[in-house]
Every structure is written in structure tokens, then in C-alpha cells.
Design a protein around this ligand. Structure first.
Ligand SMILES: Cc1cc2nc3c(=O)[nH]c(=O)nc-3n(C[C@H](O)[C@H](O)[C@H](O)COP(=O)(O)OP(=O)(O)OC[C@H]3O[C@@H](n4cnc5c(N)ncnc54)[C@H](O)[C@@H]3O)c2cc1C
Length: 412
């Protein structure tokens, strides 16, 4: 009987456990998490912080779900080391858990700003359900807030401010939100969205320090522009630090994440990794890549489970990821790898509609759609097909994309 151990009960770990049980009914499966609750929907915790969703719909599995599948779930258990020669996982309580095959699915922890008082009371990071509960509490009592981190998670803090009636100042280091994927035209639509919910983008700023009151609670942020921004709470979302400390004694290959091939295998025998923390071989991109999104983490967990149970390279991970934002009057969607590529094409259609497509070697590798998402399935289809189409970008920028207008490219 094979003993599988999974570290992490996020969507990637949990999806691997479910797949392993289906693929290998007789096996022993242990899932270890340092959180105090089984899998919940991390995407929806922002709705809780906004005050819109009660707790119940955010939970995905209760403990019975694991019992029913004969999966051994260890809550509140932190893995401190692993020994890949002895094939043992060690926990903070000094329990040794042996494995035949191991999956590392420990995701990341929000990175703290390297400035004074960034750990003060009232400076929030957003990753766990516990974080969301505290953010909700702070936001309900606040008049003013400061947001730092001009990326996909920073905008969730902006939405919390909007829903909770808090005046927000969104301090950005550059001249726009998500400058790696959006031009000034696209970003302007997002800035208008922020303003419409009462959050003011402040450019070329960032934070140089937080000021605290006598009780150590944040009361202001000093911007990189020298201005003082009073706040009752601050939301910081400047990126993730991957949870890999317990791997320090191993020879596991890491390169800003755990390096895996398209089968989710690491360089060490019988050790796999899945989810946000992987630096995986992307078969569509033709190189190692990273992705922090729910759907991608879920699929990586499933593919890892298939390959672990099959004991061979049974199925590669081949996936076009999506990330959507629905906080404003218009929808936003990014797909694939919008920040990469060697060529880009974009068009603005109206005050709330914009599209940008990223190409690599002539092939679609990602994009951003704002306002009108109708082109998404066609663009994703082209990405999956790896068609060379950059020379016909005009067709892909038509408001209604008609793939029949594309001339067959020479690679077909
Ligand atoms: C506020 C918010 C909004 C988001 N919105 C979207 C969205 O709209 N769309 C989208 O696609 N994605 C969104 N995401 C991202 C998405 O949630 C993640 O990409 C996904 O949850 C990653 O799953 P994972 O399994 O890789 O890691 P995680 O969900 O981070 O799970 C890892 C688990 O491992 C545990 N762990 C870590 N170290 C140890 C250890 N040493 N021992 C034991 N356990 C450990 C952690 O506590 C955690 O429970 C959002 C994320 C957040 C925080």
C-alpha cells in the first residue's frame, strides 16, 4: 500500500488528495496543514472582508469530507523539516510521518514591506481566512485606509474600502496599477474604477514608513513622495514569499519557487510540488513559468495526483490560467502570461473597454481584457493551439473576433 503525504491543504493539496483517492483507492493519504480549518475558498475571502458573504459559503470541505474518503487530515500542524533520504516528514510536535511519495503544496505567505513599523497593529496582509476576518473588523471601524502594492491583490483591498465606506489612498510606486501588464490606457480604466468606489490612486509614491500611536497601532503612512497619509488601517499586498523553509536541508532544486517539470516532478525522486509555489515547465510557453491563480493551482494538484498514482509520466500540465476581477461596474480578466512576451498589441474601445494581447514567437501567450470579455474563449483557444498569429493582430483586436478571418498560418 502506497503512503502519500501532502503538505498543504490549499486548493492544490486538496485537489491532489481527492485525485489520489480516486486513482489509488487502497492507498494511505495524509494531508498536513498549519491552518486551523480545512480547505476554504481563498478567492471568496475578499467577499467576507467586504462584508458581503457570511462564513459558511466560503468553506469548501468540512472534516467529514476527509473522513468519508479515508484521508487523514492534520490541522494546526506545521512541517518543520523533511528528510528525503529517509523519506520522512517532521512536524513541529516532533512527529515523524513516513512517506512513499510526497507532494509539497505549501503556497506562499505575503511579503512584509521592508519599512519601519510594517508589522504594527492595523497593518494587514491578505492570505488566510483569519486575515479576512481581521480586515473586515478593521474596515468596519475605519474612516481612512492606505493600500500598498499595485497588483491583483492590492485591488482587493481597494474593493474592501469601497464596500465598507472607507476612504482609501492607493499608494503606487510607479505611474499606474499593474504596470507590467497594462499600458497607461488600460490602467486608466482601472484607476477610474478605483475612484468610483472611493479609492484615490496616488502615483510615484509607495511607502517609506508607517507611523504608530502610543499603543503601537498604525495611524499614518509616510509616502515615498514625502506626504503623510493618515489611516485607521493599511493593506499591504506586495507579493508572496514561498513557504519552503522546511526544505533547507534537502537538495530540492529551487529558483524563486520549486522547480518542477510538466508532470509536477521535482529533481528528487518521489517528491512532487503543485500550486502557487511551483516554477513549472509550461508546455504552451515552452519555458519555465509561474502562476498564482486558483484554477491553475487546482489543475496542478490534480495532475500531480494522477502522476503520483500512475508512478510514471502519465499526464502533463497544460493549462491557460485566468484571473478575473469583478469589483467595479466593468469586468476585468487576465489570462495566460500577460506580463511576458516579445510583442504586444492593444486597443481601447471606449471609456471602460480595452484589450491587450501578449505574443511570444508570434503565438498568443496571454492578455488582459477590460470591459468586454467576449474575446476570451477565442484568444485562449489560439493560445492552446499555439498558432502563429501575431502578424494578424488586427483581426484579434476587432471588437468581435472572428477566427475565420485569420489566414491559415504557415505552421498549420
Ligand atoms: C485575497 C485573495 C484573493 C484572490 N483572488 C483570486 C482570484 O480572484 N482568482 C484567482 O485565480 N486566484 C485568486 N487568488 C489566488 C489563489 O487563491 C491562489 O493562487 C491559490 O489559493 C493557491 O493555492 P495553493 O494550494 O498553491 O496555496 P495556498 O492556498 O496558499 O495553500 C497552501 C497551504 O499550505 C499551508 N502551509 C504552508 N506552509 C506549511 C507548513 N510548513 N506546514 C504545513 N502547512 C503549511 C498554508 O497554511 C496553506 O494552507 C487570491 C488569493 C487571495 C489571498
Amino acid at each position: 500500500m502506497t503512503e502519500y503525504v501532502i503538505i498543504g491543504d490549499g486548493i492544490s493539496g486538496s485537489s491532489a488528495a481527492e485525485t489520489l483517492r480516486e486513482e489509488d483507492p487502497e492507498s494511505s493519504i495524509t494531508v498536513i496543514t498549519d491552518e486551523g480549518e480545512p480547505l476554504y475558498n481563498r478567492i471568496l475571502i475578499k467577499e467576507h472582508a467586504k462584508g458581503k458573504l457570511p462564513e459558511a459559503p466560503i468553506s469548501i470541505h468540512d472534516e467529514d469530507w476527509y473522513d468519508e474518503r479515508d484521508i487523514d487530515l492534520s490541522l494546526n500542524t506545521h512541517v518543520t523539516t523533511i528528510d528525503t533520504d529517509e523519506k520522512v516528514v517532521r512536524t513541529h510536535e516532533k512527529d515523524d510521518i513516513p512517506y512513499d511519495k510526497l507532494l509539497i503544496a505549501t503556497g506562499g505567505t505575503p511579503t512584509q514591506l521592508p519599512v519601519e513599523n510594517s508589522d504594527a497593529e492595523g497593518v494587514h496582509h491578505f492570505w488566510t481566512f483569519q486575515d479576512a476576518r481581521k480586515i473586515r473588523e478593521s474596515a468596519e471601524a475605519a474612516d481612512d485606509a492606505v493600500i500598498v502594492g499595485a497588483g491583483l491583490l492590492g485591488i482587493d483591498f481597494a474593493a474592501v474600502c469601497g464596500s465598507q465606506g472607507v476612504d482609501g489612498k492607493f499608494l503606487m510606486r510607479g505611474d499606474r496599477w499593474w504596470r507590467y501588464a497594462l499600458s497607461a490606457d488600460g490602467a486608466e480604466i482601472m484607476h477610474d474604477g478605483m475612484r468610483s468606489v472611493g479609492v484615490e490612486p496616488i502615483f510615484d509614491s509607495g511607502v517609506s514608513e508607517f507611523e504608530v500611536d502610543d499603543d503601537g497601532r498604525v495611524e499614518a503612512a509616510i509616502g515615498g513622495d514625502g506626504n503623510r497619509y493618515p489611516c485607521d488601517f493599511a493593506g499591504v499586498a506586495i507579493g508572496l514569499t514561498f513557504n519552503t523553509e522546511f526544505l533547507h536541508d534537502t537538495d530540492l532544486e529551487q529558483d524563486n519557487g520549486i522547480v518542477v517539470d510538466e508532470y509536477m516532478q521535482t529533481n528528487l525522486e518521489d517528491v512532487y510540488a503543485a500550486g502557487d509555489l511551483t516554477q513549472f515547465y509550461d508546455v504552451l510557453l515552452g519555458e519555465q513559468a509561474q502562476n498564482g491563480s486558483w484554477g491553475s493551482a487546482k489543475e496542478q494538484g490534480r495532475v500531480a495526483g494522477i502522476n503520483m498514482a500512475a508512478d510514471e509520466e502519465a499526464e502533463p500540465f497544460e493549462w491557460v490560467s485566468s484571473y478575473s476581477i469583478t469589483h467595479f461596474d466593468f469586468p476585468f480578466l487576465s489570462f495566460g502570461h500577460p506580463t511576458l512576451g516579445d510583442e504586444h498589441a492593444e486597443r481601447r474601445y471606449s471609456d471602460t473597454e480595452w484589450r491587450r494581447i501578449a505574443f511570444k514567437d508570434g503565438k498568443v501567450i496571454g492578455g488582459v481584457l477590460i470591459g468586454d470579455l467576449s474575446a476570451q474563449s477565442k484568444l485562449k483557444q489560439l493560445m492552446r493551439q499555439q498558432r502563429i498569429v501575431a502578424d494578424q493582430a488586427e483581426v484579434l483586436l476587432e471588437k468581435q473576433v472572428d477566427l475565420d478571418e485569420l489566414a491559415p498560418s504557415q505552421d498549420q
